[in-house]
Design a binder for this molecule. Sequence first.
Ligand SMILES: [Zn+2]
Length: 219
Amino acid sequence: MLEELKSAVIQIGRQAQRDGLCKHKSGNFSARDAETGYFVITPSAVDREVLTPEDMIVMDVDCHVIEYRKGLRPSSESLMHAAVYRSRPELRGIVHTHSKYATVFATLGRAIPPMVNEMMALNNKDFYIRVAEYGRAGTRQLADNVAAALKDADCALMYAHGAIAVDAQNIEGAYLKACYIEEMAEVYHHVLAISQGKEAPILPFEELHDWGYPEEIKF
Ligand SMILES: [Zn+2]
């Protein structure tokens, strides 16, 4: 079942691995079906390059496994995906990575401020990429803390762990945001390094909030 979603999740997993966002089998990916409410998630500890649709796990948001291949288990962070889908039923995709620069700031518990225009695209209420409170990997505590951080944001860091991005359209949208998180974290790192730790200048809230597509472009 949900063959199209399975292919989409595999493709994004492979892309993330090739882009260096989830080395060494880290991170996990899911997409949710609007009709059944089930989500498709990557199995635990399988290299993304060798994943097949039969390897993908189908679950419901109460963490019941609906479909799986013998010998494979859903990602140990499935509780987190389920909690986020329960908290925001409109979501269709979740991408969780341990991408390097994002994890540096997650380890410091330091939010990434809105330094550049791109941060508009993250759909975070105040444009900061905030840090979800700590919870041990795979636990309900982590799931609840991450769901709370994503209540009014599509992107967050996870304290001492990594990053997470969600999207209401599809998993491709969530992946794009995961890429932005990593890019912003890298930019922030360089800003702090060059300015010897001085905080980055931030763009005013209105500057990001009031942006619109240029009216001068006529169709
Ligand atoms: Zn993780």
